[in-house]
Design a protein around this ligand. Structure first.
Ligand SMILES: [Zn+2]
Length: 169
């Protein structure tokens, strides 16, 4: 089932998410819905707070469904390693219509559980490292806009406020 994606400004998106204590059937349903919602959007990653659920889980597929091994689920993820720096333009399904250049690690290794409760450690470089950092940020209540500074951030925040005042957000 495709779930509605919450947008920048909604409380749940700006809160640190809680760890998942048991991978129940409900978590399985949540993850399946997140995958469906991500592909439908379309996007290359989605974190549970983006569908209004403040739990520490995200899904990612930088191949956007083209590679059969592309889809990954991380429950209670943690960084194992992060290094380097890449600067690329980035957007977010919760901030539609906006993009900005964001500094991210060039390489990131993430460890977490999959839906079967098995530990999984994955090394990401380039776009995957960027996606890992972007989704991990969501679990801390941080959106890419929060990584921007000064006028760049102010401009986006101001335009979003204007859109929400006129009911277009
Ligand atoms: Zn996002």
């Amino acid at each position: 089932m495709i779930r509605p994606i919450v947008k920048y400004g909604e409380h749940v998106l700006h809160l640190a998410a809680e760890p998942i204590t048991t991978v129940t059937g409900e978590i399985g349903d949540l993850v399946r819905d997140m995958v469906e919602t991500m592909y439908a959007a379309p996007g290359v990653g989605l974190a549970a707070p983006q569908v209004g659920v403040p739990l520490r889980v995200f899904v990612v597929d930088v191949s956007a469904g083209r590679s059969k091994d592309g889809l990954m689920t991380f429950i209670n993820p943690e960084f194992v390693e992060r290094e380097g720096l890449q600067l690329e333009e980035e957007g977010c399904l919760s901030v539609p219509g906006f993009a900005a250049t964001v500094g991210r690690p060039a390489r990131a290794v993430v460890k977490g559980l999959d839906l079967e409760g098995r530990e999984r450690i994955v090394e990401g470089r380039g776009l995957l490292a960027r996606a890992f950092q972007h989704e991990m940020d969501h679990l801390e209540g941080r959106v890419f806009v929060d990584r921007l500074h000064g006028i760049q951030r102010d401009l986006i925040v101001r335009r979003i406020r204007k859109l929400s005042r006129s009911g277009k957000w």
